[in-house]
Design a protein around this ligand. Sequence first.
Ligand code: DQA
Length: 147
Amino acid sequence: MKVLFLNGPNLNLLGQREPEIYGNLKLSDIEDMVRNRAAELNVEVVFFQSNHEGELVTQIQEAPNNYNYVVINAGAYTHTSIALNDAIIGAGINAIEIHLSNVHARESYRKKSMIAKACIGSINGFGSSSYILGLEACVLNKNKPND
Ligand code: DQA
């Protein structure tokens, strides 16, 4: 199984960006954690981060050629991007939405996800572990009895 992890705007700043909300780990630290767990689960993982909505759209469109799942932390685009929603649906890719923070316990504009409906499910509030849980959700979803 192959999983693409997509990270949206400002997630390249993890480690320095509002650490009281997002923690002290850099994105590269989180990627290392995911790589280790993926090796245990025999899953191939690839990471892509962009601050540009269109680049994320292109990655999603191309994902079915190479990946079984996309795990996406769309950052602030989560709350605004009809384009990402349409890309997930249009590509027909299995997607899982993740967030480091509990978006429901923050500003009201973070409660709405434009991509939630297009995703299998969402995980938020577990800090860097949201990425591990996202990976595990792919494996569990793949192994569910009716697949
Ligand atoms: C985030 C939550 C978003 O609301 C925010 O814009 C981010 C990070 C998270 O991982 O908690 O950039 O997606």
